[in-house]
Design a protein around this ligand. Structure first.
Ligand SMILES: Cc1ncc(COP(=O)(O)O)c(C=O)c1O
Length: 395
């Protein structure tokens, strides 16, 4: 049987049998409902982490549960050796929401894999060998996506795995991009908002410059929307806010509703270089995860979550700024991807701990940034509960 261990037994077995590669909060959950998680400690937590920007429709959404239960009882996996109804349906749905002719999908299992797929496609398409990406960016932990991750802390001790193909530019600095991108650059990767890097945006003119520089050099422009996509910033894709259409968008996190699903969205012209044998994955885009992706898109539409996230998120940023504490240096972000940069790592950790005591889960990233990435179904009252406590703690 599974699901029978107590909190203490979970702690003991985790420390004895699992790799110790995460610094984990000693708390396990029994179940979730809406924006709440229920811990094995018997307490209820308001979840502003959402499995790191994953659980867009919250936990146990009734429509999702019904559709997933039906799907599991029919078929969960069948490989990519055969066609699959749910995969075709999700491809069609994504083509209908993706901007600028990104009408083809390649399904994978994670954000890192989506970026690997995008880079392989760009290399095949251009016949070039260099990848440009931003300092302070994050694109995943596999060897290729780690290579594109311009942050020393993730790369150290793995340099031997990382090829010399990567060139780094300063995020927000178009001149620095020009120095790095040239006739050897296959792809340029960028996050429309740097998530792991501390919720950092650039001036809209920067994203337009990226488009122009890539067009001038014949370089494939890849927007990594693994964190910002699927409605998190109040539009399906964050790049839409800036009116910039990339050649490729990578997504994952919110797309699968909690199941492991990533996708590379590309134009017809790019996708056609990925002929049989060039790429593949056993699990990628199986019936279960694709049915989940379709359910997530339907629920976001049915419940008007894009408009809701725009409005509630916009107000939230204003409310947090209005607190005006000298322990918060800046509040930034869009929709439900918000970062409050505090004055120190201690302050950020202190807030996280005190929030947890009060029954609210928040995430700290980039040392001192409190990152709010709740389910898109979060209500105004739930949002305000955090804001009130946050203001209280800061004072
Ligand atoms: C922008 C971005 N790209 C890629 C990834 C990697 O995704 P995954 O952890 O699913 O491999 C992440 C994860 O945080 C991310 O934020």
């Amino acid at each position: 049987m599974t699901g029978e261990m107590s909190q203490a037994e979970v702690e003991e077995a985790s420390s004895k049998y699992l790799f110790q590669n995460y610094s984990q909060t000693p708390l396990a959950f029994e179940r979730g409902e809406g924006a709440y998680l229920y811990g094995l400690d018997g307490r209820r937590y308001l979840d502003l982490v959402a499995g790191i920007a994953v659980n867009a429709i919250g936990y146990s959404h009734p429509e999702w549960v019904a559709r997933m239960s039906g799907q599991i009882s029919r078929i969960a996996h069948c490989s990519n050796l055969y066609m699959c109804r749910e995969r075709a349906e999700l491809g069609e749905r994504l083509a209908s929401i993706a901007p600028g002719g990104l009408c083809r999908s390649l399904f994978v299992n994670s954000g890192a894999e989506a970026n690997e797929g995008a880079m392989k496609m760009a290399v095949r398409y251009t016949g070039r060998g260099e990848i440009a990406s931003a300092l302070n960016g994050f694109h995943g932990r596999t060897a290729g996506s780690l290579g594109a991750t311009g942050q020393e802390k993730y790369r150290q001790s793995f340099e031997p795995l990382i090829s010399g193909a990567y060139r780094y530019y300063r995020y927000g600095d178009a001149e620095s991009v020009k120095e790095v991108v040239g006739r050897d650059t296959a792809a340029l990767l960028y996050e429309p908002i740097q998530g792991e890097g501390g919720v950092v945006s650039a001036d809209p003119s920067f994203y337009k410059a990226l488009r122009d520089i890539c067009t001038d050099n014949g370089t494939v422009l890849v927007a990594d929307e693994v964190q910002t996509g699927m409605g998190r910033t109040g539009k399906w894709f964050c790049t839409e806010h800036y009116g910039v259409t990339p050649d490729v968008i990578t997504v994952a996190k919110g797309l699968g509703g909690g199941l492991p699903l990533g996708a590379v969205l590309a134009t017809e012209e790019l996708a056609k270089v990925m002929v049989p044998g060039t790429h593949g994955t056993t699990f990628g885009g199986n019936p279960l995860v694709c049915a989940s992706g379709c359910a997530v898109i339907d629920i976001i539409e049915e419940e008007g979550l894009l408009d809701k996230v725009s409005r509630i998120g916009g107000e939230w940023i204003s409310d947090l700024r209005a607190i005006g504490s000298d322990r918060v240096r800046e509040v930034r972000g869009r929709g439900f991807l918000i970062g409050a940069e505090t004055d120190s790592e201690e302050t950020a950790k202190g807030v996280r701990e005190r929030m947890m005591e009060a029954g609210i889960l928040v995430n700290v990233c980039h040392g001192s940034v409190i990152r709010l990435i709740p389910p898109l179904i979060l209500s105004e009252a739930q949002r305000d509960e955090f804001t009130r406590l946050f203001a209280e703690f800061l004072s």
